[in-house]
Design a binder for this molecule. Structure first.
Ligand SMILES: NC(=O)c1ccc[n+]([C@@H]2O[C@H](COP(=O)([O-])OP(=O)(O)OC[C@H]3O[C@@H](n4cnc5c(N)ncnc54)[C@H](OP(=O)(O)O)[C@@H]3O)[C@@H](O)[C@H]2O)c1
Length: 256
């Protein structure tokens, strides 16, 4: 009997993570589904079993909790049950600006957006490089290219960290990709109590976003920016003088 490859997806209970779980199951993977909401993870597991005959482990974990995060890291490091693909996707934004937020909320967001990506990439990177095989996808954001608050700073860290790890793992058989979505239909804005800004053409469908990302991963791209509109924006942001971007961010902040 041939064993199926295994993908571990954090934040698999909704939105982009749920779509990663679906498309990886369609590509023949079994899943390890990670998030806090056990009921929703079990629904995803049932759906993947029925639609793709994929087997799923449900791993309930709050990634802002250090012992819970360690159980996920231990799962990635378990040599007896190798994980072939890690998708560091779980994340959320805070409604309030940095100084208006409670520090404990900022710290919890930092732990999920940054610390969890660091710890899980370390566990997976070591295990995968020993096996000379594996894929790590870190879900970042177009926001990471902007000077705009602690969420954007965390995503800038994710993109830069991913680029560094990709260089460190070059020629090991392990690829590392930062996915930088723009506005994407999911529960993200509603959970943060944010409005859904911008015209329709600025909104990405999670199905297309994940399919584009997996295509970029197959091509060995280190930074994946799905959608022509966002490729154009990131191209401009890459060459825009930083002082000009800071000024634009100040003006945008005053208008809010
Ligand atoms: N949607 C966008 O416009 C957009 C744009 C750029 C980047 N992103 C990034 O895309 C990623 C996925 O977000 P989404 O748009 O799919 O939002 P979403 O629908 O709200 O999904 C977020 C996922 O993260 C999980 N999660 C949140 N806090 C967690 C915690 N403490 N521990 C474990 N899991 C946690 C949630 O599950 P539980 O509640 O069950 O724990 C859920 O499965 C995030 O990293 C986000 O920053 C989104």
């Amino acid at each position: 009997m041939t064993t199926r490859p295994v993908a571990l997806v954090t934040g698999a209970s909704s939105g982009i993570g749920r779509e990663f779980a679906r498309q990886l199951a369609q590509r023949g993977h079994d899943l390890v589904l990670v998030a806090r909401n056990e009921g929703r993870l079990r629904e995803v597991a049932d759906e993947l079993k029925q639609s793709c005959a994929a087997e799923s482990e449900v791993l309930v974990a709050d990634l802002s909790d250090r012992p819970a995060l360690q159980t996920v890291a231990d799962r990635l490091g378990d040599a007896g049950r190798p994980v072939d693909v890690l998708v560091n996707n779980a994340g959320f934004a805070l409604r309030r600006r940095f100084l208006r937020s409670e520090l404990r909320d900022e710290e919890a967001a930092f732990d999920v957006l940054v610390r969890a990506v660091l710890v899980l990439s370390h566990a997976a990177g070591r295990a995968m490089s020993e096996r000379h095989h594996g894929i790590i996808i870190n879900v970042s954001s177009v926001a990471g290219f902007l000077p705009s608050g602690s969420y954007a700073a965390a995503k800038a860290w994710v993109t830069t960290f991913t680029e560094g790890l990709a260089a460190e793992l070059d020629d090991t058989g392990v690829t590392v990709t930062a996915l930088c979505p723009g506005f994407t239909h999911s529960e993200f804005q509603a959970r943060a109590g944010l409005s859904t800004p911008g015209p329709d053409f600025m909104w990405l469908d999670p199905k297309d976003l994940v399919a584009d990302c997996l295509r970029d991963v197959g091509r060995g791209k280190v930074v994946s920016v799905p959608g022509l509109q966002y490729k154009a924006i990131v191209g401009l942001l890459d060459i825009a003088p930083r002082p000009l971007m800071r000024r634009a961010a100040q003006i945008a902040r005053r208008r809010r």
